[in-house]
Design a binder for this molecule. Structure first.
Ligand code: CDP
Length: 206
């Protein structure tokens, strides 16, 4: 069975939580594509060539402990604006999306560029304030000096860069289901995503 769930949306909207839950519920493989750009960004910050880093990305590069930080997010969004970096990461993501057994991918361009044929497309959003609060709660243990205002500024800067770039900008596919999680608990958001997937998976499996 080939079955792809494409989850896109701005920073810290809940894509990862929803993606992992949908993958687990239906026994699909899961890929956080943001991690690829975060790893390339970290390698470039260490002096690597961006396209070389993307082309020869290794599994262990994705395990670096510092990839979740706000700095790594900014570095990711800078290399993610480079068309040649994106191009170097396309084949891996496409193969993952169409792997036997089905897959969930979350990112910015999954439903528009990586897998326009995805059976399920979700565009997950939430208000800026709610996204900043959630990300701040996630990061503050590792970085007690971080303020919520700094997280908000970071998310806004990344969203603007991601939406305004020429190469695969952040936008909802025309056929994506919009999922605004501002007022939703995690369970309620996951529930909506599971239902959207359920409607299609019966048709895909068989
Ligand atoms: O977790 P969060 O939503 O904050 O970010 P992420 O998904 O880890 O992505 C980090 C950065 O990588 C984003 O700000 C984008 O610039 C870039 N990215 C992208 O351009 N395309 C993707 N498919 C995934 C991430």
């Amino acid at each position: 069975m080939r079955f792809t769930v494409a989850i896109d949306g701005p920073a810290a909207a809940g894509k990862g939580t929803i993606g992992r839950a949908v993958a687990q519920r239906f026994g699909l493989a899961y890929l956080d594509t943001g991690l690829l750009y975060r790893a390339v960004g970290a390698l470039v910050a260490g002096g690597a060539d961006p396209v070389g880093a993307a082309r020869f990305l290794r599994a262990e590069d994705l395990q670096r402990p510092d990839l979740r930080s706000a700095e790594a997010g900014q570095a990711a969004s800078r290399v993610a604006a480079m068309a040649a970096v994106r191009a170097a990461l396309v084949d891996f993501q496409r193969a993952f999306a169409r792997r036997e057994g089905g897959a969930v991918l979350d990112g910015r361009d999954i439903g528009t560029v990586i897998c326009p044929e995805a059976e399920v497309k979700l565009f997950v959003t939430a208000s800026d304030a709610v996204r900043a609060r959630r990300r701040w709660l996630e990061l503050r243990t590792a970085d007690p000096a971080l303020t919520e205002a700094a997280v908000l500024a970071d998310l806004r800067a990344r969203d603007a860069r991601d939406a305004e770039r020429a190469a695969a900008p952040l936008r909802a596919a025309a056929d994506a289901v919009l999922l605004d999680t501002t007022e939703l608990t995690i369970d309620a958001a996951v529930d909506k995503a599971v239902r959207a997937t359920e409607q299609r998976i019966g048709q895909g499996r068989g």
